[in-house]
Ligand binder design. Structure first.
Ligand SMILES: Nc1ncnc2c1ncn2[C@@H]1O[C@H](COP(=O)(O)OP(=O)(O)OP(=O)(O)O)[C@@H](O)[C@H]1O
Ligand SMILES: [Mg+2]
Length: 330
């Protein structure tokens, strides 16, 4: 689980030669991003409640949690797109929640953000989409830009597609173009918001492999928000489950699988909440109840029926009378 402050390594030379085990690392060296006591509300809605989190440099951390629980809100705090009501947010040693615009602009060059809706500029071709951050934030010449664009497109497996328009691409290819754009400035950290949503399992796996390659080959730290457990299990060094404003589980994928926390098990197995099921069932029961009582009503004498069969369903709804035992569909 949380491996802060490990006091072990007394011996020398047992670790990689360039580490100095007796020297305490600064938090900003060890962690690429940190949240201390972060709370966030939107009006009456409490989204984050005193969150303490540290994201280790060079690792891939996956944030899980039901829809609407605040995963996107949480990662938007790391790039300063949202400010906390309380608490502190750090990227390296930059205090993000207090940073001025200029500091935020500088800081954001080091963070790639793959947005949930993955928006590309539809009127620009792939090459121009990917080059956009270079135009905005660097003095690279057109030739240098073209070389860099070509390099990152090759890295995401789309070499040579510079002149395609976004509308000519599949959903998976668009995500990869968005990813190429997110890495074009060589970020230290990439925030992926639902990178595989809407993709079939094979295309999702291409994205998973890219997340792993960017982490292992280029040493980029990653924070991945996802519902996709196959993806989470494949890419995560560490998983977090966000629920009701708090982190309710924090551990390795293996620790999640072994967790006896009911919420964790329900989430990773995709089992619906009993309360939600009850409300669905009671909705169906009410329909059936209505149907049954209509069927059991004594036949009306007026207006007279031409085909008088009291057990038939005679009201105007479109249920057949043989489906009283039908189960609600999942
Ligand atoms: N800018 C905003 N203003 C008001 N409410 C917001 C804002 N951004 C998010 N919310 C609300 O905060 C809650 C958490 O939203 P968030 O987008 O973080 O959910 P999520 O966990 O990412 O969900 P999903 O898995 O569906 O993407 C939601 O109820 C959402 O409506
Ligand atoms: Mg979201």
């Amino acid at each position: 689980m949380n491996d802060n402050d490990q006091p072990d390594n007394q011996g020398q030379g047992s670790q990689t030669p360039d580490t100095t085990p007796n020297v305490e690392q600064e938090p900003s060296e060890k962690y690429v991003a940190r949240l201390h006591g972060v709370s966030k509300r939107f009006g009456p809605l409490r989204v984050l409640h005193r969150i303490n989190l540290e994201f280790e440099r060079g690792k891939t951390t996956v944030i899980l949690g039901p829809s609407g629980t605040g995963k996107s809100v949480l990662i938007k705090h790391i790039v300063g797109l949202l400010k906390p009501d309380q608490g502190e947010v750090y990227f390296n040693d930059v205090r993000v929640d207090q940073a001025d615009e200029q500091t935020l602009v500088e800081m954001r060059k080091k963070i790639g953000f793959l947005f949930q809706m993955g928006a590309l500029f539809d009127s620009m071709n792939v090459g121009d989409n990917v080059a956009f951050p270079l135009v905005e934030h660097t003095k690279a010449s057109p030739k240098e830009r073209a070389e860099r664009v070509s390099q990152v497109l090759r890295q995401v497996g789309l070499g040579g597609l510079e002149h395609k328009m976004p509308a000519q691409l599949s959903g998976g290819q668009r995500k990869r173009v968005a990813l190429a754009r997110a890495i074009v400035l060589e970020p230290e950290l990439i925030l992926y918001d639902e990178p595989t949503t809407g993709l079939d399992p094979i295309r999702s796996d291409v994205i998973n492999e890219l997340i792993i390659a960017l982490n292992k080959e280029l040493g980029i730290s990653s924070i991945v928000v996802t519902h996709d457990m196959a993806s989470a299990n494949k890419v995560a060094d560490r998983m977090l489950l966000l629920y009701n404003g708090s982190i309710v589980c924090d551990g390795t994928p293996e620790e999640f699988r072994r967790s006896d926390n009911e919420l964790v098990q329900r989430f990773i197995k995709g089992i619906a909440d009993e309360q939600d099921l009850d409300s669905i069932r009671s909705g169906f029961d009410k329909d059936k109840e209505g149907q049954r009582s209509a069927a059991q009503e004594p036949p009306k004498l007026w207006p007279p029926k031409q085909n008088s069969q009291p057990s038939e369903n005679t009201d105007n709804n479109n249920l057949t009378n043989n489906d009283n035992n039908q189960q609600p569909e999942q």
